[in-house]
Design a protein around this ligand. Structure first.
Ligand code: ZN
Length: 260
């Protein structure tokens, strides 16, 4: 990934997305906002005990980098499921229970919220369709990336070779300890998932990002079209809010993509 600083706001971008002029995108960090204390400083979590004024201001600051107003963006209301909302008009208001968003509308941002769970960015660079998904372990076990690719194919007639993907900053295999119930959920689907788990006492260290890459390749996405962030949100908790590092005393980052 590439770090950018605009108006003192630090955010991260994917090199494979930066090559395409019609795309603007970014994953926010903690830096560049106005919130204080453990929300310091770029807290973009709407339902937090942070000052509403500060969160509102943070959104203005962050969206301004992408020439967006809050009314020109769709926010996911994610529930750790695998449903993708196809956004076909800018006045769409029903976004509850969707962990992924996809659109071919211009100048309209798609936003998901994160604090350890994986942001997955998508774009069809020929048909100019964009998507973003929130993929925690539940969404990953329900293969939300596959659901997203299906929308590209079935709604927008995308060809798999034209789809690029960015798997963003999230808790890494170094820090993501899960219980047997998570391991069992994946192994029930296929033994092939075994390679993404490392047994540690009674628990497992789980590499969510590599699991998503594996699912994407199985869905037909070219490996060279997938860029994976090395950032671990827990290891780098000065740069990111991390649920595992900070518990509930934290804000949230956002993943944003927009086509121009
Ligand atoms: Zn880590």
């Amino acid at each position: 990934m590439k770090k950018r600083i605009v108006n003192n706001v630090e955010y991260l971008t994917f090199k494979n997305f930066n090559k395409h002029r019609f795309l603007k995108h970014g994953f926010s960090t903690r830096h560049g906002g106005v919130s204080e204390g453990y929300f310091s400083s770029m807290n973009l979590r709407l339902e937090s005990s942070d000052s509403k004024e500060n969160v509102k201001r943070n959104f203005e600051i962050f969206l301004d980098i992408f020439d967006l107003k809050r009314d020109n963006a769709m926010f996911s209301d994610q529930v750790h499921d695998n449903k993708i909302l196809v956004v076909t008009n800018k006045n769409e208001i029903n976004c509850s229970d969707f962990d992924g968003l996809i659109t071919d509308l211009s100048d309209f941002g798609l936003i998901t919220f994160h604090a350890d769970c994986v942001p997955v960015f998508f774009a069809d660079v020929k048909k100019k369709v964009i998507g973003v998904a929130h993929s925690g372990w539940k969404g990953t076990s329900l293969n939300i990336s596959f659901e997203m690719i299906s929308k590209f194919k079935n709604v927008y007639n995308s060809e798999l070779k034209d789809i690029i993907v960015g798997i963003g900053p999230s808790i890494g295999g170094c820090c993501y300890e899960v219980g047997k119930e998570v391991y069992d959920e994946f192994i029930l689907k296929s033994d092939l998932y075994n390679e993404f788990f490392e047994k540690k006492n009674e628990k497992y260290m789980f590499d969510l990002k590599r699991t998503i890459e594996f699912d994407l390749i199985r869905a037909g996405i070219k490996k060279e079209n997938i860029e994976i962030s090395n950032y671990c949100t827990k290891c780098d908790s000065d740069l990111f809010f991390s649920h595992r590092a900070h518990g509930l005393k934290r804000g949230s980052m956002v993943a944003l993509i927009v086509k121009q």
